[in-house]
Design a protein around this ligand. Sequence first.
Ligand SMILES: NC(=O)c1ccc[n+]([C@@H]2O[C@H](COP(=O)([O-])OP(=O)(O)OC[C@H]3O[C@@H](n4cnc5c(N)ncnc54)[C@H](OP(=O)(O)O)[C@@H]3O)[C@@H](O)[C@H]2O)c1
Length: 214
Amino acid sequence: MRIAVIGTGNVGRATARAWAAAGHDVVLGSRDPGARKDVGAELGLPLAAVREAAAGAEVVVNATPGADSVALLRAAGADVLDGKVLVDIAVGYTVEPHGFVLTHAEVSLGEEIQRAFPAARVVKTLTTMDSVTMVAPGGLTGESTVFLSGDDPAAKKVTGALLTDLGWPESAHLDLGGIETARGQEHFAHMFVALAGALGTHAFNIRVVPPAAK
Ligand SMILES: NC(=O)c1ccc[n+]([C@@H]2O[C@H](COP(=O)([O-])OP(=O)(O)OC[C@H]3O[C@@H](n4cnc5c(N)ncnc54)[C@H](OP(=O)(O)O)[C@@H]3O)[C@@H](O)[C@H]2O)c1
C-alpha cells in the first residue's frame, strides 16, 4: 500500500522502516523535509511536506505529538485526508512539575481527529506500547495484545493487515469497538508510565487474558 507516515521522530522512523521492509511504498511527511534529509537518507525513504506526502497515500499514519496533531493535519488540508485510512498512534501529553498530564483527559485525541476530519477513517492503534515493541512484538517473551479503535470496519481491516506486517499475529489483535474506545488506549499512558517505572524499561507490553471457555 502507499503509506504516508507523518512525523519523523521515534515512532515515525520505526514504523516507516518496518512497513517499507514489509514491501509497502512508504513516504515520510515532515513539517520541514529540508531539515530532515538525514532521516530520509538513514531510512532510504522519500521525504515530503505533510500535505504532499498525505495526498499521494492510501493510508496516512499520525506519528506526531498529540497536542499538536489536529492543527498540523488541518494545516495540511482536510481534503487530502478524505476517504483515507488514518492510523493514529499519537497521545497528547505535557510533562509538568507534578508529572505526566494528558491533553485529552476527558475524551481522546482519536475522537478529536475523527470529529475534525469526518471524511477520514480513523483507527487508533499501537498507542499502548513503546516504539520498539510496535515493530518487534516478537522480541518479548510471549504474545501480547495490540488494540484497535475506530468506526469504520474496512479501515480496521486494512489496519489489522498492517499490524500483521509489523509482526503482530491476528490472535494478538483486539478490536475494542468505535473510536470512543480510543480513550482507553490513550489513557493507558498513565499505566504505561507506572509500569515502565516499576520494570525499569519501556520494552514490555500487556496481554489481555480471556476467561476460560464454559
Ligand atoms: N515513542 C513512543 O514509544 C510512543 C509510544 C506510543 C505513542 N507515542 C506517540 O506517538 C507520537 C510520536 O511519538 P515520538 O516518540 O515519535 O515523538 P517525537 O520523537 O517527538 O517525534 C514527533 C515528530 O512529529 C513531528 N512534529 C509535528 N508537529 C510537531 C510539533 N509541534 N512538535 C514537535 N514535533 C512535531 C516531528 O517531525 P518533523 O519535524 O519531521 O515534522 C517530530 O519528529 C506521539 O504522539 C507520542 O505520544 C509514542
